[in-house]
Design a protein around this ligand. Structure first.
Ligand code: NAD
Ligand code: UGA
Length: 465
């Protein structure tokens, strides 16, 4: 079967870039991305392609090329479902904030709504593709909903999890390490798998397209994230030990990373991992394991989260300790608010939690991030509910000029590894600050020796200073 019409429900950080790249690579397939969020769709359709809602290097060029040709963004979900032979579900699956499984289980209400909408609208057979990250066995729920309300139509459910990382989404989509497609091992299921393989095979080498049963695919996505996050928590746990022993975490990371069995990537000690997925996916893995009575398995993975919370708290405490055990009334400048560089996404960013801790100690914070909008910073803080939004606006301000943001500060804290922070005129920053002037480098990106020779007191992650 040759796919001619694709619909993707969910125009977020995954749906938008993924469909833009499919449309670029398959000009003969019509790709329609739909969302219930009108503002988001309007932004994807903005005449000025620099105003699209997701910032990713290279993305605006891909959108500019395909939009209006075979890539469309719309709020008419029913029409897009009706037209498509293949429907990707790429909606959000956050941690539940209520009821059974609150704080751990994935909230699947948006997924279920999509399934019900597909069942209601579909007039012909469809291939439904799970693009969202889902608990293992979700495909059986989807199948249940689709076949019980779908007027005897035939639905094939595929699992095709996305492995792109934000900040490198376009690169990851154009040249992925692998594409994973899971489906039923029946003749109909294998046909559906083949239809999706044929889409990716336009630009991904065949040996990088892995096909599995649907459960392996669902579980592999959760576990890939758990493994990655576990590496960050492992190196972060050692960063604390380094600070007590005069070992240097950068040297340790290099030494262990050159072992080809360990590998050099994902060994950067930091203020803690953030992002919308690591925490939620591990919590989900913990919840699933516990629901099968596998307490040791659950405890093992939960430790990755416990370590990460500790690392964020530890960074805030380090600032307080070095500012003579009080930050009350002191100004601290934050460089970076996004959860990593090259993205405007702030979900679960370490900066939010470090700021919250310092605000509880009555410090005053001014932040600067090259891509994050002011309102987003306040939304993130208000969401925690630690204090009123008036207080958040009074005690934290958001600047647009990094030099001004650092002026009059007791300390500068680097929360995101944006490249531009390395190239600042640090002498100028030093001259504008109160003395002693402290730098807390939560990403180990600055040249410590150069800063020290200017006069800064420098505190990095995983070194004894
Ligand atoms: P997102 O919040 O950026 O986007 C989800 C979009 O779905 C939103 O715009 C929302 O309005 C829309 N939506 C929700 N319910 C809808 C409905 N019933 N009909 C139409 N639209 C609806 O989320 P995201 O970051 O793109 O993540 C989506 C999924 O992909 C999640 O399961 C996530 O775990 C997974 N994932 C994310 C990343 C990442 O880097 N962000 C990477 C891999 C996988
Ligand atoms: C991660 C995975 O890398 C993707 O493969 C996956 O598709 C995605 O989650 C998802 O499912 O959402 P992402 O969260 O976008 O991607 O970004 P990462 O590069 O993985 O970084 C996550 C966090 O870990 C960031 O806060 C980053 O700063 C931190 N990190 C990463 C470190 O602190 N040290 C490292 O060495 C690497």
């Amino acid at each position: 079967m040759k796919v001619q019409n694709i619909c993707c429900i969910g125009a977020g950080y995954v749906g938008g870039p993924t469909m833009a790249v499919i449309a670029k690579k398959c000009p003969d397939i019509k790709v329609t991305v739909v969302d219930i969020n009108q503002e988001r769709i309007a932004a994807w359709n903005d005449e000025n392609v620099d105003n699209i809602p997701v910032y990713e290097p290279g993305l605006s060029a891909v959108v500019a090329e395909a939009r209006g040709r075979n890539l469309f963004f719309s709020t008419d979900v029913d029409k897009a479902i009706d037209e498509a032979e293949m429907i990707f579900i790429s909606v959000n699956t956050p941690t539940k904030t209520y009821g059974e499984g609150k704080g751990q289980a994935a909230d699947l209400k948006w997924i279920e709504l999509c399934a019900r909408q597909i069942a209601r609208v579909a007039k012909g057979d469809k291939i439904v593709v799970e693009k969202s990250t889902l608990p293992v066995r979700t495909a059986s729920t989807l199948k249940d909903i689709l076949t019980h309300t779908g007027d005897g139509l035939s639905f094939q459910i595929l699992s095709n999890p996305e492995f792109l990382a934000e900040g490198t989404a376009v690169e990851d989509l154009m040249d992925p390490d692998r594409v994973l497609i899971g489906g039923d091992q029946t003749p109909e299921g294998l046909n559906a798998i083949q239809a999706l393989v044929d889409v990716y095979a336009r630009w991904v080498p065949k040996d990088k397209i892995l096909t599995t049963n649907v459960w392996s695919s669902e579980l592999s996505k959760l576990t890939a994230n758990a493994y990655l996050a576990q590496r960050v928590s492992s190196i972060n746990s050692l960063s604390e030990l380094c600070e007590f022993t005069e070992a240097d975490i950068n040297e340790v990371a290099r030494a262990i990373g050159t072992d080809s069995r360990i590998g050099p990537k994902f060994l950067k000690a930091s203020v803690g991992f953030g992002g919308s997925c690591f925490q939620k996916d591990i919590l989900n893995l913990v919840y699933i394991s516990r629901s099968y009575g596998l307490n040791e398995v659950a405890d093992y993975w939960e430790q990755v989260i416990i370590m990460n919370d500790h690392q964020k708290r530890r960074f805030a405490k380090k600032i307080i300790k070095n500012l003579y055990n009080t930050v009350s009334g002191k100004k601290i400048a934050f460089l970076g608010w996004a959860f990593k560089k090259d993205t405007n996404d702030t979900r679960e960013s370490a900066a939010i939690y470090v700021a919250d801790h310092l605000l509880n100690e009555q410090s005053f914070i001014e932040t600067y991030d090259p891509k994050v909008k002011k309102e987003q910073v306040y939304t993130d803080l208000d969401y925690l509910g630690s204090r009123s939004s008036e207080e958040n606006r009074k005690n934290l301000t958001v600047g647009t000029d990094p030099y001004k943001v650092c002026e009059g500060a007791h300390a500068v804290a680097v929360l995101t590894e944006w490249d531009e922070f390395k190239t600042y005129d640090w002498k100028r920053i030093y001259d504008g600050m109160l003395k002693p002037a402290h730098v807390f480098d939560g990403r180990n990106i600055l040249d410590k020796e150069a800063l020290r020779s200017i006069g800064f007191q420098v505190h990095a992650i995983g070194t004894a200073d």
